[in-house]
Design a protein. Structure first.
Length: 204
């Protein structure tokens, strides 16, 4: 279904991303965890999740970490068993998977999908700049924001409530893990895209 992906999103490949961080300031606060979910169209023409990846990330040198943020995401950056890697290595690993899938679906650029997506894109772009990565597959400022999409489709903007409205099981005890939130956001995004499929198909 590679041609369908290219056609449906004008050559962009949506990638669902969630980040866990040490605060709200992308310039000063640590990136602690990143997860990405790849999506594609199945044989029936429905958008579905096909693969996911998560990396625990070492705080960059001099990074600020707010105690309040750690209370929410439950991350202990100094835990001896935490398999964290340098943020440049983490980004390379995630980007490599994205670029491979972009070739499969014949897309020119990835576009970040997230719940309050500009938060995640801001931290992602800051990490790319810090680590001097040259080949960032993501569009630098455009996103698909599922908070906005869910507000239109379901009248809910909080991820847990939007998932519930969409009939997606959501365990609050697992929330604020990058992988769990990314996978639930992917379910929400795919569901909304599929829900609007009849409208899209009338236009082509």
């Amino acid at each position: 279904m590679s041609s369908l992906m290219k056609q449906r999103f004008r050559g962009f490949m949506p990638v669902v991303v969630d980040l866990e961080t040490g605060g709200f300031n992308s310039a000063t606060d640590a990136l602690l965890e990143i997860a990405a979910v790849l999506v594609d169209f199945d044989e029936n023409g429905d958008l579905v999740s096909i693969a996911s990846e998560r990396c625990h990330v070492e705080p960059f040198e001099g990074a600020n970490i707010e105690a309040a943020s750690l209370e929410v995401n439950g991350i202990d950056p100094n835990h001896p068993l935490r398999p964290a890697m340098h943020e440049k290595d983490a980004l390379h690993r995630i980007f490599r998977s994205i670029r491979t899938q972009m070739k499969v679906v014949d897309c020119n650029r990835a576009i970040l999908v997230g719940h309050n997506a500009h938060f995640d894109l801001g931290f992602l772009n800051a990490a790319v700049e810090r680590t001097a990565i040259k080949r960032n597959p993501f569009h630098p400022f455009s996103v698909f924001d599922t908070a906005t999409m869910a507000g239109v489709a379901y009248g809910q903007t909080v991820l847990a409530r939007a998932a519930s409205a969409a009939g997606i099981p959501f365990n609050a005890n697992e929330a604020h893990s990058a992988l769990y939130d990314a996978e639930k956001t992917a379910d929400l995004f795919c569901g909304i895209v599929n829900r609007f499929r009849p409208i899209y198909e009338k236009l082509i």
